[in-house]
Ligand binder design. Structure first.
Ligand SMILES: [Zn+2]
Length: 675
């Protein structure tokens, strides 16, 4: 604790003239903070910023993303010059990138990279061989709780993670998969738009099969669509997949034969290298029983058509241009509305990330994330953690037993900053220059074996789900851990040359935001060890929910469009996290000053810098359609309203002299205090 206190003092002492406060060029000081605080902090940006034609928004996140992308390009292109020693991570990065960038080489190879897979599928002769083929396709390519990825085009995805009921060991989670479209709803839901998407999907499969030289492309595409629709009927819904209680289905090995007849589970689990596990967590039991039933009911020829189509579709982005373009025309344009494919080097970086991203991250942090940055952010984490604990103590509504559980959880929260403490050893990963499809295949298998090697062992809370250069931050609820990647630690989120006020308001608020997710309605499902056990008493939960209702009303009152208000209920969890994060980091910053006043910089007091810096992290300009889609589907409020979290903090009123009658004024009783 001494070193942390020292860091805090060092921060306060460092806040002297010469440091930056906020981005004053983005502000509009003519705007009234009490009437339009977002314009006061970001008004010049809003008037002058242009959204790039291939983007739906611009602002703080895009700027950081582009900075990081340009740095990664430099790193990866240097390694691709190829003079790093054979077998080194740098050489593997360079070779993986060069392989994707070599378009002429990819054209010349044609379909050769997928011939072995297609030949294997064509040779399947019975149900046992089919079961082994399905098992052999399994990879660790899903993530239920951490970075949250519920989709795999493989029949089943594996997620190796702590047992929800026994935090002492890792177990395999089995997640449904196998669909070509993103979710069961695309196959089964009503509506003209989805019906049109389905028609385009069948056409897309037909084109892919034709380009791959398969016989009867139209007949096969129709057959595959009919098959996938049957598979979709067995799948659980996306909403249910997010519910811990619904996914918590431990099966013993014998349960597969009893509950899911039709598939040779011995052959399947053997090929998947998953035999002999004490238990299997079956996240969507209907999909596992459904898969087995389809093996029994569907002709082998149908399975072969389906597996052939999936193999071609999976590899298409890395095959000759005709196939890659067709893949993008459907998956990019039809499914996500993206008119143009990103430049090849940008896609090349994504391919490298998929193959050996953590090694890129290691080079990235060596260049762009100095130890001093890590140490300083760690100090802020501890200040915010301590402030959060004091706020829990001060809650008048929470009973002492719940407070004790909350503080126990807070005390052991594992906070990863910048990058993981231990790096993955990639020496076992073979990268062959000129073989994109093979490299991806070997990397998937390498990743899968790494995941399997963790089965049965004690969970490692220091494992990361994000890459060091990812521009994001995440709460890992089962591990009771947070990841704050180095890629995110760039201005305006973290500026080493900024005042302490600006730093705490930006990165400190993000830290507080993620910490508070450990205590919200989802976080409360897990105890300090990550065991599924709700530690809220019913009375405390009622109070928590009542406080939330005031925040729901506050956000429901925001009207970005006359016909479409914000959705306070949908965004509640994130809004609580924003509020808790801001309140805790404000306290943490004040404590770090050790009683000394914060310096005035750029004509702004410390408190003014703090609140403007916070509002500038939410600097964004978005196209109307994107805003509307976000309001309808996203759990996060629009950036302009996230910035207005300040309305609930008393100090904001004092900092800017906000008075009754001004548009953003809330009477003290209407300001929400959750934590
Ligand atoms: Zn959040």
């Amino acid at each position: 604790m001494t070193s942390l206190a020292f860091l805090s003092l060092a921060l306060a002492a460092a806040a002297s003239p010469g440091l930056r406060s906020v981005d004053t060029s983005a502000m509009d000081r003519a705007a009234s903070p009490g009437d339009d605080f977002y314009a006061y902090a970001n008004g010049t940006f809003l008037k002058t910023a242009q959204i790039p034609p291939d983007r739906s928004a611009t602002g703080s996140f895009l700027r950081v993303f582009q900075t990081v992308e340009a740095r990664n390009r430099a790193i990866v292109e240097e390694t691709a010059k190829g003079d790093a020693p054979a077998g080194s991570d740098a050489r593997k990065i360079g070779d993986a990138y060069a392989s994707f960038m070599d378009e002429a080489g990819i054209e010349a190879k044609g379909l050769a990279p997928i011939q072995p897979a297609l030949a294997r599928i064509a040779a399947l002769k019975d149900a046992k061989a089919l079961a082994a083929e399905l098992g052999g396709l399994v990879r660790a390519d899903v993530d239920i709780f951490n970075c949250t990825n519920m989709y795999t085009s493989r029949p089943i995805g594996i997620f190796v993670e702590q047992d929800l009921n026994d935090p002492s060991r890792n177990v395999p989670y089995l997640v449904q998969g196998g669909l070509g479209l993103p979710d069961r709803s695309y196959y089964l839901d009503e509506g003209a738009q989805l019906a049109a998407t389905r028609e385009k999907y069948v056409k897309h499969l037909e084109k892919l099969l034709a380009l791959a030289g398969q016989p009867d492309p139209a007949g096969t595409a129709a057959k595959v669509m009919a098959f996938e629709t049957k598979l979709a009927r067995t799948h659980g819904t996306r909403d249910d997949a997010g519910e811990m209680q619904k996914g918590n289905n431990p099966w013993a090995r014998a349960d597969f034969d009893r509950k899911a007849p039709g598939l040779d589970w011995g052959a399947f689990l053997g090929a998947a290298r998953l035999d002999g596990q004490p238990l299997y967590m079956v996240w969507q039991p209907t999909a596992v029983t459904g898969l087995a039933a389809l093996v029994k009911s569907e002709p082998l020829a149908t399975w072969k058509a389906y597996l052939t189509t999936r193999a071609i579709a999976r590899a298409a982005p890395f095959l000759p241009k005709a196939l890659a373009d067709e893949s993008f025309a459907f998956n990019g344009t039809v499914l996500t509305g993206q008119p143009e494919q990103g430049e090849r080097w940008k896609r090349g970086l994504q391919v490298v990330d998929a193959i050996i991203g953590e090694a890129v991250g290691k080079l990235y942090v060596a260049r762009h994330f100095p130890p001093e940055a890590k140490a300083e952010i760690k100090g802020m984490v501890e200040d915010v953690r301590a402030a959060f604990a004091r706020r829990i103590d001060a809650l008048d509504w929470m009973n002492p037993a719940t407070k004790a559980r909350a503080k126990a959880k807070l005390a052991v929260l594992e906070v990863g900053i910048g990058y993981p403490d231990r790096w993955t050893d990639f020496s076992g990963l073979e990268i062959v220059k000129g073989d994109v499809v093979g490299n991806l295949e070997r990397a998937g298998l390498f990743e899968y074996r790494l995941a399997l090697s963790r089965l049965g062992k004690k969970p490692d809370r220091g494992l990361w789900c994000m890459l060091p250069h990812t521009v994001n931050a995440v709460n890992l609820p089962v591990r009771n851990a947070l990841n704050f990647p180095a890629g995110f630690m760039e201005p305006p989120f973290y500026d080493r040359g900024a005042t302490a006020a600006a730093k705490y308001a930006a990165v400190g608020a993000v830290i507080g935001h993620e910490v508070s997710h450990s205590f919200d309605d989802q976080g409360a499902l897990f105890d300090e060890a990550g065991k599924l056990s709700n530690w809220w008493t019913p009375a405390d939960l009622e109070h928590f929910q009542a406080a939330g209702q005031k925040l729901v009303k506050q956000y429901d009152a925001y009207r970005p469009f006359p016909d479409l208000p914000e959705n306070g209920k949908l965004t509640l969890g994130e809004n609580i996290a924003d509020l808790a994060g801001l309140a805790a980091t404000y306290d943490g910053w004040k404590a770090s000053l050790g009683g000394k006043p914060a310096p005035v910089v750029d004509g702004l007091t410390g408190d003014q810098q703090f609140f403007v810096a916070f509002a500038q992290t939410w600097q964004a300009k978005m196209r109307e359609q994107a805003m509307r889609r976000r309001i309808l589907t996203d759990g996060h409020a629009l950036a302009q309203y996230r910035a207005l979290t300040v309305r609930n903090i008393d100090a904001w009123y004092e900092a800017f002299g906000v008075k009754p009658g001004q548009a953003l004024y809330l009477a003290p009783a209407d300001r929400v205090r959750v934590w």
